[in-house]
Ligand binder design. Structure first.
Ligand SMILES: [Zn+2]
Length: 186
């Protein structure tokens, strides 16, 4: 008997997926795309194009870092975000902005700004770069960063719900449906 065929098999990992926008002066990082995550990102872009919702070049240019981090909460703290009281955050899509003051004259004062996005994925998902949980997690954060989507509550249990699914077999069995829904298809 394969347990994952039970109808009540939808179980989720009780971790918050933190995806809030922050505004703080932090140093803009050099672009970095972790190879294992970049592979998933390539699949995401292919799926997006396949559903007629290609990712905009503007959104892609803004996404500067996609990497594993040892502690998402600590990374959030570095960027001035308050810690999630529930702890154990699986991933985050973060907006950051750096502001440089240009000119100090009484009549001349303006700011130059640059903003970017970063995706942080907890290192605990790195052990299985082909795993379904990692794939769902990266698609979730790309949904925030590249598609501008918010969490989607409700019974759908889709990629944009606020927890990732615990059972890799359930994710595999529901993947095509969830990807269709992510890109606005039925
Ligand atoms: Zn999220």
């Amino acid at each position: 008997m394969k347990r994952w065929f039970l109808p009540i098999a939808i179980t989720v990992i009780p971790v918050a997926l933190s995806c809030k926008t922050i505004r703080r002066e932090v140093k803009a990082p050099d672009p970095y795309f972790e190879p294992a995550l970049a592979t998933i990102m390539t699949q995401f872009k292919r799926d997006a194009a396949g559903f007629g919702k290609p990712v905009s070049s503007w959104a892609l240019a803004k996404l500067r870092v996609v990497s594993f981090v040892s502690d998402v909460e600590r990374k959030r703290a570095e960027y001035g975000m308050t810690a999630d009281p529930h702890g154990d955050t699986a991933g985050a899509c973060t907006d950051a902005k750096v502001t440089n003051k240009v000119g100090e004259g009484a009549l001349e004062y303006r700011l130059s700004e640059s903003s970017w996005q970063e995706i942080w994925i907890s290192q605990q998902y790195a052990h299985d770069p082909h795993g379904w949980q990692l794939k769902e997690l990266v698609y979730h954060e790309l949904g925030h960063c590249l598609l501008g989507l918010d969490h989607k509550p409700g019974p759908e249990h889709g990629i944009m719900s606020s927890s990732i699914h615990k059972d890799p077999q359930w994710i595999a069995a529901n993947w095509d449906r969830m990807v269709r829904e992510l890109f606005g298809q039925r």
